[in-house]
Design a protein around this ligand. Structure first.
Ligand SMILES: *Cc1c(COP(=O)(O)O)cnc(C)c1O
Length: 392
């Protein structure tokens, strides 16, 4: 005879209560099936939208050249890498991409990880542990927070973009001190005060790790990122993490730094050791995208122009903005339901812009996250602002 389900022990009943709560709070998340299209567009349920919600800053996710490089590599090497990098999964495309990324970032060496999330976890676990301290900006990406929590080091968070707050915490921290920060904050778009943070780390013996997920390809003369734009090389910003799925339009991530750092990560980063290498075709696609992003300076110029156009037009319409000079341009709204309603209204007019709600951002700071791309025309951007002004 089946036993009656005890409340709290029945899986679905317990989970359903939590889901209903989330729905009632306006925090429920839903996926949709979307096809990315050239020109900063996306197709949804048979209709084309202007997409202002992707991280495809340079418009390379749909560029035919990386796709063709991947197609060629698929024919040459097959679909899978077959093993972890340390076993037999590390192929010529991976090796070449690592060398090109080291050259690009001006570091001794680079090491590929399967995702940025995994790179961050691997860095924290390999460089800090019990008795050590990881210091993080309060608005860091979730993967950096999870990285610190999983390392068993003590996590100390400091006030957003506040070197004085970091200095105070650094001076009282125990053990090894690892400072981890977004370079461009993913939900706010502002840039960390990297030069001041690097100086503090140099003075106090902290190890600086910079997450360039949103800086790479976008900032700096050839798109080397915010650290490079601030004049920080390997000795000032010794642990550099970049992702390949945003401006470079592919998938994956890397860490760049000294020969010794990379050797240490190969030995100790568990998210590097215990996972399958990404398919060689993806490395081939990213190699091509990296070359295109370095050569085609117009993409960064167009992106900067679109960002300026958005801010000027929005300010003229009285649309509230946040202090961001990057392609991440949030419109602060506060209330999560308001953010969702505005996002849906924009969609009915043919524009995609994501409502960002807690817990991704702090309570009371829900927003519309608008991201610009080199794939958009200035007219696309003006159209967005016009519709936004009507709806707000
Ligand atoms: C997207 C992102 C990551 C994670 O990178 P994935 O390759 O998508 O796992 C890490 N840090 C920041 C700041 C990000 O925005």
């Amino acid at each position: 005879m089946p036993r009656p389900a005890k409340s709290g022990h029945n899986l679905d009943a317990t989970l359903e209560a939590g889901l209903a709560e989330r729905e009632a709070a306006g925090l429920y998340r839903r996926r949709r099936t979307i096809q990315r299209r050239p020109g900063g567009r996306a197709r949804l349920a048979g209709r084309d939208f202007l997409d202002f919600s992707s991280n495809d800053y340079l418009g390379l996710a749909c560029d035919p050249r990386p796709a063709e490089a991947a197609a060629q590599a698929l024919r040459d090497y097959g679909s899978g890498s077959g093993a972890a990098h340390l076993i037999t999964g590390h192929g010529p495309e991976h090796e070449a991409l690592e060398q090109e990324l080291a050259d690009f970032t001006g570091r001794d060496r680079a090491l590929l990880f399967s995702t940025g999330y995994m790179a961050n976890i691997g860095i924290a676990q390999a460089l800090a542990g019990r008795g050590d301290t990881i210091l993080e900006d309060r608005l860091n990406h979730a993967s950096l927070l999870d990285a610190a929590l999983s390392s068993r080091a003590r996590l100390k968070r400091y006030a957003h973009a506040d070197p004085a707050a970091l200095a105070e915490r650094l001076s009282t921290a125990d053990g090894r001190r690892l400072v981890m920060t977004d370079s461009v904050f993913s939900m706010d778009g502002d840039i960390a005060p990297l030069a001041e943070i690097a100086e503090l780390c140099a003075d106090q013996g902290g190890w600086l790790m910079v997450d360039e997920a949103h800086g790479l390809g976008v900032l700096g003369p050839e798109g080397q990122g915010a650290a490079a734009a601030a004049g920080l090389g390997q000795s000032e910003a010794p642990i550099l993490m970049g992702t390949l799925g945003k401006a470079l339009g592919g998938f994956g991530a890397f860490v760049a730094g000294s020969e010794t750092l990379i050797e240490h990560l190969i030995q100790h980063a568990r998210t590097y050791v215990y996972t399958t290498a990404t398919p060689p075709a993806m490395a081939a696609a990213v190699r091509r995208a990296l070359a295109v992003s370095r050569e085609e300076v117009w993409r960064r110029e167009r992106l900067a122009e679109n960002t300026r156009t958005f801010r000027e037009a929005a300010e003229a319409q009285g649309i509230p903005l946040m202090p961001s000079s990057t392609p991440i341009q949030p419109v602060p709204l506060g209330d999560p339901t308001r953010a969702v309603v505005l996002s849906r209204a924009l969609e009915s007019k043919g524009y995609l812009a994501q409502a960002i709600r807690p817990p991704t951002v702090p309570d009371g700071t829900a927003r519309l996250r608008i991201t610009l791309s080199a794939a958009h025309s200035v007219e696309d951007v003006r159209g967005l602002v016009r519709v936004l002004a009507e709806l707000m």
